[in-house]
Design a protein around this ligand. Sequence first.
Ligand code: 13P
Length: 246
Amino acid sequence: MRPLVAGNWKMNGLRAALSEVTTLAQMHPTPSCDVLICPPATLLAPMAEVAAGTSVAVGGQDCHAAASGAHTGDIAAEMIADAGGTAVIVGHSERRADHGEDDATVRAKAEAAIRAGLTAIICVGETEAERDAGRTLDVVLGQLAGSLPEGSLGASVVIAYEPVWAIGTGRVPELSDITEVHDALRADLAKHMPEAEAALVRLLYGGSVKPGNAAEIFGIENVNGGLVGGASLKASDFGQIVAAAG
Ligand SMILES: O=C(CO)COP(=O)(O)O
């Protein structure tokens, strides 16, 4: 399966940062993975213009479930597509925590993404307390069951496993722990869609992915790429991570 290496810029990036995309595309004109950057909404359209015709695709970090309407401050999946985006992250733990998004909300957003023709990158992941209580698989598989739209096709969804305690902390699970969760996700997907579709779903790992650890993480069988935060902001770092997926 062709890996996907996605960068989540979170609430970082002014227009001057668009040059990072040009640099990244020059570093990797023909990467052996799909490359995606999800900038803040203000940069979606200009980044899509800069990235047009290059190896870099552009996506959103969140969308509303509705296609339009009285939802001040929100953006619709259709708007992301209209701005030139091809994917959107939904259910990131920062959205779940900061905005009280539950699985049903995340599912509705994923449905909206698919409706708009975007790839829905659905995030799941346990907190440190949940891991310490031995509940990692319960939590992650529960979020998967609750957040995945009914009848999803494998190519239209991506699952990102992001342990909350590994995000922005420099702490990464043992490779055996990542393996366990990704194997469980892969097996569980077949309960939610036909096996041929489940086999097409890419499973990303996210949480403190850096140039120095990307190759070993991407080497795990059911890890099909990464969702990268801090290390996606600079092409010099992100380009190394893209290379590690090759
Ligand atoms: O949350 C993440 C990506 O969505 C991971 O962030 P970091 O790579 O900064 O840990």
